[in-house]
Ligand binder design. Structure first.
Ligand SMILES: *[C@@H]1O[C@H](CO)[C@@H](O)[C@H](O)[C@H]1NC(C)=O
Ligand SMILES: *[C@@H]1O[C@H](CO)[C@@H](O)[C@H](O)[C@H]1NC(C)=O
Ligand SMILES: *[C@@H]1O[C@H](CO)[C@@H](O)[C@H](O)[C@H]1NC(C)=O
Length: 382
């Protein structure tokens, strides 16, 4: 979602100097200390029944009873001056937004996060929205889109464009507004906050389709999701014989669909808690490390990788315009470059739709052109 510079294929941090690395770790340790209480609470409440029962492989476990929505603590850094009242209001707002935005049939919401840099006029936010209007059968999905705003500026722009669907996720002491460098301390916090927040939606009983904002929705992706799967995620490099259940596929956390049940709640708690075992790693790298863990097998979580034919991205060209539902601006550094190329995708799509409608294809074969601004480098994912 945020421009990630310096992305490397293996997801390792390129460390310039030792000092900044130490600082990063200190930052993270501070963070961890503050969160320990919440984490142990979560662990006790949500994981212990699973651990007790996993030996007998019970797949249906009672959902933890959340007496209220305030069980979700959005604060990464505990704020002394933050009153309970304020948090309570935030919680009610989220409850209202989720209730009004979700699909009635199945309590599903589409979630996207945004900060100030992305909310600027004529930037990522606008292109993302244009996509829904230009796409085939996607406009109707906008009412299910919940925008999670990370700062006041993003929140204000959101309320202007997409009223009653904006949630301000307050974090005291962290500035999420600027363009974040990939793997910088603030970037890491943002990614983990995202994992934590999405986990809390599951606890509230909502299924979610999370999407990065640098995506263009050209067709309704819901019919392409796999049935009866707990956790499905877009493939980064879908290369294991196109086998969607092969866990050796790389996951691209920028687009995933998760069903709320005891397995996914436990999985998100486990994923979030696992950041302590892998300090300085982002949520995607940690997912790669934990996806084959015994814990995940024991809770019986089903995980699948979505076919890039339908869930396309900039890393893997060779797109089929007649099939693609989604284009994700991965493998691209620089917000400007990304927005330019996402615009180009939209332009190509509109030409294709016009030709489809009129039946006049001429001599040209219509498809997506080569990207102009995003310089593709092998292994760069974001
Ligand atoms: C938006 O950005 C595009 C490309 O960067 C530019 O061509 C266009 O003039 C801009 N539109 C507005 C209204 O600023
Ligand atoms: C939820 O219901 C909506 C409306 O019927 C449908 O379009 C969508 O595909 C459903 N989502 C899932 C995940 O089943
Ligand atoms: C796909 O991968 C799964 C898990 O590794 C394996 O059990 C299954 O046999 C594979 N299917 C095919 C068709 O190769």
């Amino acid at each position: 979602m945020i421009t990630r510079k310096m992305a490397t294929g293996s997801g390792h941090v390129k460390v310039g100097d030792r000092e900044s690395q130490t600082q990063k770790q200190r930052h993270l340790h501070q963070l961890i200390d503050v969160r320990k209480t919440v984490y142990f609470f979560t662990f006790t409440v949500f994981l212990s029944p699973l651990i007790y029962h996993s030996a007998s492989r019970i797949t249906v476990l009672p959902l933890p009873q959340l007496s209220n929505i305030f069980a979700f603590q959005p604060l990464l850094i505990a704020a002394k001056d933050n009153t309970d009242k304020l948090e309570a209001e935030d919680g009610r707002d989220l409850a209202r937004i989720l209730r009004e935005s979700s699909m009635i049939e199945n309590k599903t919401v589409i979630v996207v996060m945004m900060n100030q840099a992305w909310a600027e006029p004529n930037s990522t936010f606008d292109v993302f929205f244009e996509g829904f209007h230009a796409g085939e059968g996607t406009e109707k999905l906008l009412r299910h889109v919940v925008l999670v705003c990370l700062d006041d500026e993003a929140y204000s722009r959101c309320n202007h464009i997409h009223p009653r669907r904006c949630f301000l996720l307050k974090t005291t002491g962290v500035d999420f507004s600027g363009e974040k460098l990939y793997m910088a301390p603030d970037y890491l916090k943002m990614m983990w906050l995202r994992t934590e927040f999405l986990g809390s939606l599951l606890k509230l009983g909502y299924n979610f389709l999370f999407t990065d904002m640098d995506t263009i929705w050209l067709r309704d992706p819901f019919p392409r999701l796999l049935a009866e799967v707990d956790f499905q995620v877009a493939g980064d490099y879908y290369n294991f014989n196109g086998n969607s259940s092969d866990l050796r596929n790389g996951a691209n956390g920028g687009f995933n669909f998760v069903v709320s049940n005891c397995r996914t709640i436990a999985f998100y708690s486990y994923w979030y808690a696992s950041r302590l075992r892998f300090p300085g790693k982002n949520e995607r790298v940690v997912l790669e490390r934990i996806k084959q863990d015994n814990f995940v097998k024991e809770i019986g979580l089903t995980m699948r990788f979505l076919d890039p034919v339908y869930f396309g991205n900039f890393c893997q060209p060779g797109w089929d315009i007649s099939k693609v539902c989604l284009m994700h601006g991965t493998c691209c550094s620089g917000k400007g470059n990304k927005v330019n190329d996402l615009r180009q995708v939209l332009e190509d799509w509109r030409n294709y739709m016009l030709a489809e409608a009129s039946g006049k294809y001429g001599s040209r074969k219509l498809g997506f052109r080569r990207l102009k601004s995003c310089r593709r480098r092998r292994g760069r994912r974001h």
